[in-house]
Ligand binder design. Structure first.
Ligand code: C5P
Length: 329
């Protein structure tokens, strides 16, 4: 928001991680992307983004990152999102007719990077929305959606906010009522990144279409989440959902240690273990966050006792989270 003198007020946004409760890959498209059918929910694990007026407009937008290292700032989707937003706004903001002013952006990264949790895409959606608010600029939903889709396949989901059925390449987002109650989620992320493009390339090399049963599970789950599913009912479906990811064989082909690691995690936790997105983050569902916290301790103990095979070049990250109660924000 700008004040009457044209100064920008700082904007703070939480950029949540996501979990794919189901992920069916329907086939390869002419543009090289894949058509998806995925039920996605936001998590209460989030990056924190703040945007304020840059002290010197001449230096352009700046990005300062703390927490997990997402790689060079110049490659960060946050700066691309703000640049695209500025181009789309043109002189159409309250301080116009000149271009909207440069922003100093701070990003505290709490979501593991290149982990199948959508952190980079969520940051981009938060930056697009946050920059528009900082400039008090208005873009209609269609133009915001078009920018989001250009930035990345998961960005439209985050821009919409809330549980959703995601189709097409990711640009078709249908809000769902979501989960009643707040099921706990344990996230175990091996220390090696798994680039989405590598996983889809391996998927295409293996034939380029998924198992029809995953699509059926995904359609069924979408209908249930539209009606509103309780946390308990979601947890009872964990076994089916843990198998409802068409990318699993391709992710395992790119990161061969993932299969034994997942099997060992299943032995430690005694619960179905799913893969989020293209991975490598593995999840288990619990009735509550407290239950997930108890499970996290069991995984820590298993790591110390070397009951889990080594994967990557460090200890996996173990995070306790939950799926916030629907309906969508
Ligand atoms: O859109 P995004 O940059 O997140 O996608 C990363 C890569 O994943 C793409 O370059 C593409 O290879 C693959 N992808 C795909 N089909 C999708 C989403 C991503 O093939 N629906």
């Amino acid at each position: 928001m700008t004040d009457p003198l044209g100064r920008l007020h700082p904007v703070v946004r939480l950029a949540p991680a996501k979990l794919n409760l189901s992920l069916a890959v329907l086939g390869r498209r002419r543009d090289g992307f894949h058509d998806l059918h995925s039920v996605m929910v936001p998590l209460d694990l989030a990056d924190r983004l703040s945007l304020a007026a840059a002290p010197d407009d001449g230096t352009g937008d700046t990005l300062h990152v703390t927490g997990h290292d997402p790689g060079p700032a110049a490659d960060n989707l946050v700066l691309r999102a703000v640049g695209e937003a500025r181009r789309a706004v043109g002189g159409g903001w309250p301080g116009g007719p000149g271009a909207a002013p440069a922003l100093a952006i701070r990003l505290d990264k709490r979501i593991p990077v290149a982990a199948g949790l959508g952190g980079g895409s969520s940051d981009a959606a938060a930056a697009l929305d946050g920059a528009l608010e900082a400039w008090a600029a208005v873009l209609d939903a269609a133009r915001r959606g078009a920018i989001a889709a250009r930035l990345g396949s998961d960005v439209p989901f985050f821009l919409a906010g809330g549980a959703a059925l995601v189709r097409g390449r990711g640009e078709r987002v249908e809000p769902l009522a979501g989960v009643r109650g707040s099921p706990g989620v344990l996230l175990v992320t091996p220390s090696s990144a798994l680039p989405t493009a590598d996983v889809f390339a391996a998927f295409a090399a293996r034939g380029g279409h998924g198992d029809g049963s995953v699509r059926m599970t995904s359609e069924h789950l979408a209908a249930e989440l539209q009606a509103g599913l309780s946390a308990t009912d979601l947890v009872t479906r964990a076994g089916v959902l843990a198998a409802a990811n068409d990318l699993l064989p391709a992710s395992a082909a790119v990161m061969p240690g993932l299969v034994p690691f997942r099997r060992a995690l299943f032995r430690v936790l005694g619960r179905p273990v799913g893969l989020s997105g293209s991975g490598p983050t593995l999840w288990t569902l619990y009735p509550s966050r407290d239950d997930a916290a108890v499970a996290a301790e069991a995984v820590q103990a298993a790591l110390t006792g070397e009951e889990l095979p080594a994967l990557g070049d460090g200890r996996p990250s173990i995070l306790v989270s939950s799926i916030p109660e629907g309906p969508r924000r």
